[in-house]
Design a protein around this ligand. Structure first.
Ligand code: ADP
Length: 481
């Protein structure tokens, strides 16, 4: 199959969260299954390694409105892995800045432009995909384009699929975006793209794609309900028969304690000594207690938004820190009040708590490897990658039973044999306190703790399995044409 991915993030060139990792790893895994894969993404100002890219199209005229000089771009190409090429859309005005999602008045045009450019690049090169896989809202207007404006073009025969990595971000813009893309006026109605007086990109994708994929089976059920549907539950319900959940995986070339070049020592289920070195190094990096009797380290790497439930962690932790029962390290950024709360926590408990506000890829690996537990008290979590990374690194995750967290972590209780982490039900202070206490109880029993660590390290989160499930979904999408 020829498979085109249209994605706003592609790791390692651009990544704001799990989408960047997932899109790149899926494309790679599909390539190694023998499919011919292209992933199209913007060339942001922050993308490294331009010198190794080659020019695919020097000046591509993109089918959008607005001033003609703004409607052209250059397309760069890079061979990434077997059967997998990345195409980068270069457009100084739209993507020259470093940020992936800057708050700008033209963010709808930025999204629409690269997605339409992806389609025009296929038409211009004659590389016509069988499947067009759109990721999240920025690519959401591609399926409506394929069903209308491009219906009679060579791309009209491609099967469109949309992945919802997070239903919260929908991309609601002004009506003018339809003229910008040349979409027909009849799509402007509440049963189509219109939503609360604007055009909803993700709604368009959900309604028009042949298949709708979410990144875990539990999230696929959750988004049918008002609690998780973010106002689109009725729209999702209309597509229930085309909806399915497929878990993301772990890219073992990137996240593997046996080979990871970003951690101070390697280890595996057979020899865990390296993990102790990683823990010691992490404690020292954050200036924490590192004596043999020091309590376990609880780690967090996260965007600091309401979704992630870390306000609950910030409220629960002081009592444990006051009693010296745990050490805590956090890497993240986002909500300034939450950033401030964690900074204050570190200032209050300098030998037990360390906080880095910002984005740091290397440190994220060192936290996965050096922590004893990984805390993820999310209110909702479409899939979540960090809990799978942490299991791979022998760091049992503490998660709330929602979305992909519920699908990937097997809960520990005294005496259980196959557990891989701590799972709690309620997104409230008592829930998080209970879960942390439970983790400490597990840690106090070294044999049980080791068992949970090893179960997690041996769990199977392969991208090959996920890619295979995507291929099945692509076949169904093709059959739906
Ligand atoms: P989400 O996509 O909702 O942010 P995921 O758990 O699916 O959550 O993926 C988050 C990814 O982003 C992980 O690979 C995580 O390590 C990474 N990440 C998040 N915040 C940071 C940060 N501040 N520094 C480095 N990596 C981060």
């Amino acid at each position: 199959m020829k498979i085109l991915h249209i994605t706003p993030e592609l790791a390692p060139w651009s990544k704001a969260g799990g989408l960047g990792d997932a899109a790149a790893a899926l494309a790679k895994a599909l390539g190694s299954l023998g499919h011919e894969v292209r992933a199209v993404t913007p060339l942001y100002g922050s993308v490294p390694g331009r010198e190794s890219m080659s020019v695919l199209l020097n000046s591509l005229r993109v089918g959008v409105g607005g001033p003609p000089e703004k409607a052209a771009c250059r397309v760069m190409s890079l061979h990434v892995a077997k059967n997998f090429e990345a195409w980068f859309i270069e457009h100084e005005d739209y993507y020259g800045a470093k940020e992936i999602y800057p708050a700008r008045p033209d963010s709808a045009e930025r999204a629409a432009f690269y997605a339409r450019a992806a389609l025009d690049a296929c038409l211009a090169t004659g590389w016509i995909p069988d499947v067009i896989h759109c990721h999240d809202w920025t690519a959401g207007l591609v399926p409506p384009l394929l069903n209308t404006v491009l219906k009679d073009s060579p791309l009209g025969g491609a099967a469109s699929v949309i992945s919802i990595h997070n239903l919260q971000h929908q991309g609601v813009s002004h009506r003018g975006i339809m003229d910008f893309l040349g979409l027909p006026g009849w799509l402007w109605q509440p049963s189509e793209l219109e939503c609360l007086g604007g055009v909803n990109f993700l709604k368009g994708g959900i309604l028009h794609a042949k298949r709708v994929i979410t990144v875990s089976p539990t999230y696929a059920l959750e988004i049918l309900t008002p609690q998780f549907g973010h106002g689109l539950e009725d729209v999702v319900r209309r597509r229930e028969s085309a909806l399915e959940g497929i878990l993301n995986g772990v890219d073992l070339d990137e996240w593997n304690p046996r080979t990871d070049r970003l951690i101070p020592a390697h280890y595996s289920p057979r020899s865990m000594k390296g993990k102790e070195e990683c823990r010691l190094a992490l404690a020292r990096e954050f200036g924490l207690r590192d004596d043999p009797g020091a309590p376990p380290i609880f780690g967090v790497i996260s965007r600091l938004w309401d979704q992630k439930g870390l306000d609950l962690a910030a409220a629960a932790l002081p009592a444990f820190l006051r009693e010296g029962r745990l050490r805590f390290v956090l890497l993240g950024s986002g909500d300034s009040a939450l950033e401030g709360a964690f900074r204050a926590l570190a200032a209050g408990f300098p030998t037990l708590c360390g906080v880095r506000i910002g984005y740091d890829h290397g440190l994220s690996h060192r936290i996965e490897a050096g922590s004893d537990f990984f805390l993820m008290p999310s209110r909702f979590e479409p899939c979540g990658l960090n809990q799978m990374y942490s299991m791979t690194y022998g760091t049992p995750p503490i998660v709330r039973a929602t979305g992909g967290l519920a699908d990937t972590v097997r809960p520990w209780s005294p005496g259980s044999k196959d557990a891989t982490g701590i799972v709690f039900e309620h997104a409230d202070l008592q829930g998080v306190e209970w879960a942390i206490s439970r983790a400490l109880e597990l840690h106090a029993d070294p044999k049980a703790y080791r068992q949970v660590q090893l179960n997690g390290m041996r769990a199977e989160f392969s991208w090959a399995r996920s890619a295979q499930a995507h291929v099945e979904a692509y076949r169904k999408a093709g059959a739906a044409l």
